[in-house]
Design a protein around this ligand. Structure first.
Ligand code: CP
Length: 331
């Protein structure tokens, strides 16, 4: 596989090979897989973990990372084909992807949805355009999925509970004052079902159910890998017996472009916060979140500071899995 855009394109065994190499890196193995190589990191949105771990990971393997922020430190890019560019964009993706491919051995992209029209955002046009016009591997650093976070999450889960098949995995929606990207939630379903877990999606109402593409993929992967998948709006049912609890907030898809209406509805569900009482309903579950996280809004201090919270380990794993991924893609 040339690109790493979605884990849906990758088999469980190929993903496991990346995780195995990531475990070697975590245990101290070194690699010069990127010696003399360069990686272009394009950020259309802010980052702490992704930028730091990709830059350092490239350097640790002997390579050099160039960070570009289109529209800020680099020219704004046009993605519409055949358009008359008389607006704010200064160059077209057709040239950008080809030029960067002459300089860089890999290109990684962070491009969140615009949050105005989900039917448009779900097409993931930015990274698909890079994949179309670039001649080097393209890596997803979060668009409408976050596959690098998936790898870091699964590396942490495997180290905590070992065999994942038929372990109970809960993805719970949590409140946040702003509508957030569905990427990590989509990814949570993809990676947990890919590894045969018994997966529950907990969200307040049917409006918060994720895009059908990822719901259908979760069902299919659960069947293929010997796990299961269900959706519930019942908090007690969802937490009962869970082995892993993963939390994320996201905006309701039917309200894209109409966020004032969604904000009123979302405000009714602040009690979805992950707290000690809910965690007590589980099978001594481990808890994580991709970070950044607003404490005492998404999860309580008690949960975040507990010995069952593995959010920091998961964040550390971003470094190891991305090094493993880049080493595999450059082969
Ligand atoms: N989890 C994650 O991708 O963090 P950043 O947004 O800080 O990169």
């Amino acid at each position: 596989m040339k690109n790493f855009i979605s884990t849906m394109d990758w088999s469980q065994s190929k993903l496991q090979q990346i995780l195995d190499l990531a475990n070697q890196f975590k245990q101290g193995a070194s690699s010069d897989a990127l010696k003399g190589k360069s990686v272009g990191l394009l950020f259309f949105n802010p980052s702490l973990r992704t930028r730091t771990s990709f830059e350092l990971g490239t350097w640790q393997m002997g390579g050099h990372a160039v960070v570009l922020e289109p529209g800020k430190s680099a020219w704004p890019i046009e993605f519409e084909p055949g358009t008359k560019m008389d607006g704010v964009t200064e160059e077209h993706i057709i040239e950008v992807a080809q030029v960067l491919s002459r300089y860089c051995d890999m290109i990684a992209i962070r491009a969140f949805p615009k949050f105005e029209n989900w039917q448009d955002d779900r097409q993931d046009k930015v990274i698909k355009a890079f994949a179309k016009y670039a001649s080097v591997p393209v890596i997803n650093m979060e668009t409408i999925t976050h596959p690098c976070q998936e790898l870091a999450h699964m590396q942490a889960i495997q180290s905590l509970i070992g065999q994942t098949k038929n372990k109970k995995y809960l993805l719970t929606w949590t409140y946040h004052p702003k509508p957030l990207n569905t990427a990590v939630a989509n990814s949570s379903l993809l990676i947990s079902t890919k590894f045969g877990m018994d997966v529950t999606l907990l969200c307040p109402t049917k409006d918060y159910i994720l895009d059908e593409r990822y719901i259908e993929a979760a069902k299919k992967q659960a069947t293929e890998n010997g796990g299961s998948f269900k959706i519930t709006h019942d908090i007690e049912e969802a937490y009962a017996g869970a082995d892993i609890v993963y939390a994320k907030s996201w905006g309701a898809l039917p309200f894209f472009g109409n966020w004032e209406s969604e904000r009123i509805i979302r405000g009714n569900y602040k009690h979805f916060i992950v707290d000690e009482k809910k965690m007590a309903m589980t099978n001594n579950a481990k808890f994580s979140h991709c970070l950044p996280l607003r404490r005492n809004i998404k999860a309580t201090d008690g949960v975040m500071d507990s010995d069952y919270c593995f959010a920091i380990d998961e964040a550390e794993n971003r470094l190891h899995v991305q090094k493993a991924l880049m080493a595999k893609l450059i082969e």
